[in-house]
Design a protein around this ligand. Structure first.
Ligand code: BTN
Length: 272
């Protein structure tokens, strides 16, 4: 498969072409790690690294992330915000909105979001993971930089996977070339990141909740060391915390190190 062509991508981005600086690599350790190194050397906001292969792709919670050029889109975007790290709560949910709406702009329907940052498709009675987001933040006196890493399955991955996985080919009659998919996602990421910079997650909350897989449903929250919390999921608050209505009141869940599942699901179809 040919490398993604940044020239075609730029032409597809139209008026936004000047906001992104894209480098396509055939291989790197991790697009997040490579972009972090470039950010440290002064790469501008809007720098994108897209790679055909990662030798050490990283997922959340210390997991690895596998990708193959013919069946996935693997990239990272650098975005710089003025203001402290504390102002960025809810960023991963905002990025989920941008990713989902980028895919919808290509015609994909039935794209759902799982708190804090998975993108899902329906799969029988449950859901399967279409894309994952890994955001790494750092700040100094000038502001905060976000390395936004996205791994999207173009076709459903095979092999021994920790959870059900889906591919974009399941909701599009023909998956466009990768530069078209990436341009659609970058256009929507640009929109949500600009909104987020002004209004925070508040400005995107409605869009997130419209796509939230368990909005209003009974769920259980499984943490590493705590007893499961059970309640009705009320969505997210203005800071992106998950709101759970329990027998003893409303709980706000901040930690991403939890797993949200429908209550009564013992089959494990929604692992974190
Ligand atoms: C998850 O665990 O759900 C998040 C997966 C994020 C994977 C992407 S692929 C591009 C970027 N580079 C990485 O090493 N990880 C992210």
């Amino acid at each position: 498969m040919a490398l993604l062509d940044p020239v075609l991508l730029k032409s597809r981005l139209g008026l936004l072409a000047g906001r992104f600086d894209v480098d396509a690599l055939d291989e790197c350790d991790s697009t997040n790690s490579e972009l972090m190194r470039r950010a440290e050397s002064g790469a501008p906001s809007g720098t994108v690294i897209v790679a055909d292969r990662q030798t050490a792709g990283r997922g959340r919670r210390g997991r690895s992330w596998l990708s193959a050029p013919e069946s996935s889109l693997t990239f990272s975007l650098l975005w710089r915000f003025s203001g402290p790290l504390a102002r960025l709560s809810g960023l991963s949910l905002a990025v989920g909105v941008g990713l989902a709406s980028g895919l919808e702009s290509l015609g994909a329907q039935g794209v759902w979001l799982k708190w804090p940052n998975d993108v899902l498709l329906r799969d029988g009675e449950g859901y399967a993971k279409l894309a994952g987001i890994l955001i790494e933040l750092s700040s100094d006196r000038r502001g905060t930089q976000a390395i936004i890493g996205i791994g999207l399955n173009l076709s459903p991955p095979t092999g021994d996977l920790p959870q059900p996985a889906a591919g974009l080919s399941q909701v599009l009659s023909a998956v466009p070339e990768r530069y078209v998919v990436l341009a659609a996602i970058l256009q929507e990421l640009h929109r949500v990141l600009e909104t987020f910079a002004v209004d925070g997650f508040f400005g995107l909350k409605t869009e997130w909740q419209q796509r939230h897989a368990w909005q209003g449903d009974s769920v259980q929250i499984l943490g590493e060391d705590a007893a499961p919390l059970v309640g009705r999921c009320l969505g997210a608050d203005d800071d992106g915390a998950l709101l759970l209505e329990t027998a003893s009141g409303i709980e706000r869940i901040f930690s991403g190190d939890v797993s949200v599942r429908p209550a009564g699901n013992t089959l494990g179809v929604h692992p974190a």
